[in-house]
Design a protein around this ligand. Structure first.
Ligand SMILES: [Zn+2]
Length: 158
């Protein structure tokens, strides 16, 4: 079983290398596996697609969900060449795979100037102390939509 995990992780690392060498984006790769088969594989494409969300994990989550025709990655395993950043971590929790295997750590990423540590630090701060400005506006006008959702009887739960 360990050999299998290593096989898929090696593929994720290959994808990282491939993405880097083709100048698609940063040196990050990922693979999504279901029932012992790769259902999606990819690499970072941020700079080549002008998409700041095109991290390797996001790329494979999108592709796998499309293939499975589902918004959940039930019984899937994600292999990523680096510990996920906060954005991908959030996406992973929403997609709900069974497990995540990672190779490099966020400290390794920081050492080559991919520092997502500051986002983790921001999460711990009070909103007013964050580097990004957040301002609440028109809650009373937005709330009726939430109430509409609560009363909607043909909604798809997730
Ligand atoms: Zn990420």
């Amino acid at each position: 079983m360990n050999t299998t995990h290593e096989f898929f992780m090696k593929r994720a690392i290959e994808m990282a290398s491939k993405g880097m060498n083709s100048n698609a984006g940063g040196p990050f790769g990922a693979v999504l596996v279901k029932d012992g088969e790769i259902i999606a594989e990819g690499h970072n494409q941020v700079t080549s697609t002008n998409d700041p969300t095109a991290h390797a994990e996001m790329v494979v989550i999108r592709e796998a969900c499309k293939k499975l025709n589902s918004f959940q990655l039930t019984d899937c395993i994600l292999y990523t060449s680096c510990e996920p950043c906060p954005m991908c971590l959030g996406a992973i929790y929403w997609a709900r795979p069974t497990a995540v295997y990672f190779a490099c750590t966020k400290e390794d990423a920081k050492a080559i100037d991919f520092d997502d540590r500051f986002i983790y630090d921001e999460l711990d701060k009070n909103m007013g102390d964050r580097q990004m400005t957040f301002i609440q506006l028109l809650r009373n006008e937005a709330l009726p939509v939430f109430n509409g959702w609560a009363e909607k009887n043909d909604r798809t739960e997730y």
